[in-house]
Design a protein around this ligand. Structure first.
Ligand code: DHB
Length: 325
């Protein structure tokens, strides 16, 4: 049994797509809905459509047997209203939970999007809104998740929005690299927990690691064009950081705030390790981009096989039970 409950949302499979890869168009979202993914997570929306940064803006770099990704997409998306309409259309063919990711370029834009959702007829079908405070790729917009005073203001104002009186709030965080950040962010988020009358249901650990640079030795040029070639690294490059971030936050957050693992999951063993560190469920990004929506069934089968070998019947049998050697 690899089902789970994410902040009260039942997921038939603990593997789901991460916001970003293959989650921008209606056809891509429909493919996720028709796959083994436990939910459908949309590409981060802004109030208005964005074309994103100039090409080339995505590349893959082999790292041993694994693959790292670097992207500088710049939030290309079809606008919030497109994703609410897509949700209504998907609901006609799939009962799967729908998680809408938003990534406004300002607190005000995020609050405007929440106002829109509050009024929208799609609201009833929306399982959660995942607010991304970790996009590293918009020129001139520093990453909110690393500016702790700004992050505190953003999460407080967002969590107080009336949409979250009966919808789940998720927060997509950047990878943190130093212990005081885990303490400070957890102390900031704990009072917003649902168990304490707040609305924060889960955090996702973690988004890409910024300031990565893919270099092409033949041409002696950057591989990507936007922002001088810099981008956010994902896949194999962030797998160990995701494990560490999940573990750090699980050790510090109120039990009513779920931790979702995200970073470099390409196999059932990778998913198992994140759950062992305390993840409630696991998002797949780079591997979904590479393999397409069949990845969820393959990884799920690998996870089930590993659990059978170990004699585990459910995720709760090993979740958070990592031992220190
Ligand atoms: C983009 C990249 C991210 O890592 C993110 O969190 C949001 C958006 C992007 O470039 O589109």
């Amino acid at each position: 049994d690899i089902s789970c409950k994410l902040a009260g949302i039942p997921l038939s499979c603990c593997l789901l797509n991460a916001s970003g890869p293959r989650s921008k168009s209606f056809e891509q979202l429909a493919a996720v809905a028709g796959s083994w993914s436990g939910a459908v997570v949309s590409k981060s929306a802004t109030l208005n459509e964005r074309l994103g940064n100039d090409l080339p803006r995505y590349t893959e770099v082999p790292l041993g047997d694994r693959t790292a990704s670097v992207n500088s997409e710049g939030l290309p998306n079809h606008s919030l209203s497109f994703y609410t309409e897509a949700l209504v259309r998907l609901r006609e063919v799939s009962p799967k939970p729908f998680i809408l990711s938003i990534s406004g370029l300002s607190l005000d834009e995020n609050l405007q999007m929440l106002d829109y959702l509050e009024q929208s007829s799609a609201r009833a079908h929306l399982s959660a809104v995942e607010v991304n405070v970790a996009c590293p790729n918009v020129p001139g917009k520093p990453l909110v998740g690393y500016d702790l005073p700004q992050l505190a203001e953003v999460v407080r104002r967002i969590s107080e929005h009336r949409l979250f009186r009966d919808r789940v709030l998720g927060l997509k965080l950047p990878p943190y690299l130093d212990a005081p950040f885990f303490d400070q962010v957890a102390n900031m988020l704990n009072p917003l927990a649902r168990a304490k009358g707040g609305s924060l249901g889960y955090v996702v650990c973690c988004n890409t690691l910024g300031s990565a640079l893919a270099v092409d030795v033949d041409s002696e040029a950057t591989v990507l064009h936007p922002k001088g070639g810099f981008g956010g690294a994902g896949g194999a490059l962030v797998r160990l950081l995701a494990l560490g971030n999940v573990r750090h936050f699980r050790q510090r957050l109120d039990a009513s705030i779920a931790v979702v693992g995200c970073g470099g999951v390409a196999s059932g063993e990778d998913a198992f390790a994140l759950i062992l560190c305390g993840a409630t469920c696991v998002q797949v990004a780079t591997q979904h981009h590479i393999e397409g929506s069949r990845c969820f069934q393959r990884i799920a089968a690998e996870l089930q096989q590993l659990m059978r070998r170990k004699g585990y019947l459910s995720l709760a049998d090993f979740r958070g039970k990592l031992r220190v050697a």
